[in-house]
Design a protein around this ligand. Structure first.
Ligand SMILES: Nc1nc2c(ncn2[C@@H]2O[C@H](COP(=O)(O)OP(=O)(O)OP(=O)(O)O)[C@@H](O)[C@H]2O)c(=O)[nH]1
Ligand SMILES: [Mg+2]
Length: 297
């Protein structure tokens, strides 16, 4: 039996969360076309006959502009530190950047590294070839594999290569567990995901979601979920609510559909919008939303 932690890291938008969902076969992490979607590390567990893969999705690392950014970057470094294998994702359309080089060089010779060249479905053969050639500079890596996280291409090869690098060991989690995150956490993320899709400009980066109530009725298979959507400015609050509440309604109806899949019952969702100015720079307000700097220091 083999088992171990595989930390999925890379630049924002490389496709890390798409990849963990494909690998695990469940939606453990939200996805959007916007950079900096993921803010926490999220476990996704895949059980094979003789191997338990514990993948860890991480935020895309970037130059932090606020304390939330610091938290996100520290989440990456502490997750890599605790992992058995680093699975580094590069976007084939963007190619290898200086930031990729700087990050990866820090791990040369320190731990097993597999590089996944993602989004092969979205580029021409020539672009893919050029990106692969560029990746040759990491000839020291244990494997370099072109994949499409979205289409599931190359993912079996990726798993074979990762498995070779995992240590012998018993299962780390029970068979029926596929993530470390609670339904409450997933619910907050689902609501945030709808906001990321529907809202524009700088609003998505300052969105937070706090679940206020999350409970099943005693007499009926109905869940009552109340949540606050946190924004940074009064002007953002009006945009999130929309004309006559139309935007909030759209966010709520999209989220409710996914929340019903999550809990497997009917959901009554109530959303409020609250302003918490500069929350991304307040250790206290961040902690309220589940981003505790002390967890990653
Ligand atoms: N065409 C194509 N698009 C992909 C693929 N993988 C991911 N994407 C898209 O790339 C965008 C970013 O995907 P995410 O999985 O959210 O990326 P991420 O690396 O987790 O991003 P952060 O959490 O912001 O760091 C989304 O629009 C995905 O649908 C792929 O294999 N092919
Ligand atoms: Mg992500």
């Amino acid at each position: 039996m083999k088992s171990g932690f595989i930390c999925i890291a890379g630049l924002p938008n490389a496709g890390k969360s798409t990849l963990i969902n494909t690998l695990v076969g469940e939606k453990v992490a939200i996805v959007s076309w916007r950079p900096q979607t993921t803010r926490n590390n999220i476990l996704g567990i895949l059980n094979a006959d003789d191997c338990q893969f514990v993948f860890v999705d991480t935020p895309g690392f970037h130059k932090p502009k606020n304390q939330l950014g610091e938290y996100m970057n520290k989440t990456v470094s502490s997750s890599v530190k605790d992992a058995d294998v680093l699975l580094y994702v590069v976007d084939a359309a963007k190619g290898v950047s200086d930031a990729d080089v700087k990050f990866l060089e820090g791990y040369e010779g320190k731990m097993p590294v597999v590089i996944a060249l993602n989004k092969e479905d979205a580029v021409t053969r020539n672009t893919l070839f050029d990106a692969l050639k560029d990746l040759n500079r990491f000839g020291w890596a244990n494997a370099i594999i072109p994949i499409s996280a979205k289409k599931g291409e190359g993912v079996d090869t990726l798993l074979e290569e990762v498995k070779k690098l995992l240590p012998e060991g018993e299962k780390l989690y029970p068979d029926d567990v596929y993530t470390d995150k609670s339904m409450r956490f997933m619910a907050a993320e689902i609501i945030r995901e709808k906001g990321l899709y529907l809202l524009d400009k700088e609003i998505p980066y300052g969105l937070g979601v706090e679940i206020v109530d999350f409970k099943k009725r005693e007499d009926k298979p109905i869940w009552d979920i109340n949540a606050d959507i946190i924004v940074e400015k009064q002007s953002h609050k009006s945009i999130v609510i929309g004309k006559g509440g139309s935007m909030l309604k759209q966010i709520a109806s999209g989220a409710r559909e996914d929340l019903e899949k999550l809990v497997g019952d009917k959901v009554f969702l109530t959303l409020y919008v609250k302003v918490k100015s500069q929350w991304r720079d307040s250790e206290y307000l961040m902690k309220e939303l589940g981003y505790n700097l002390k967890d990653v220091k």
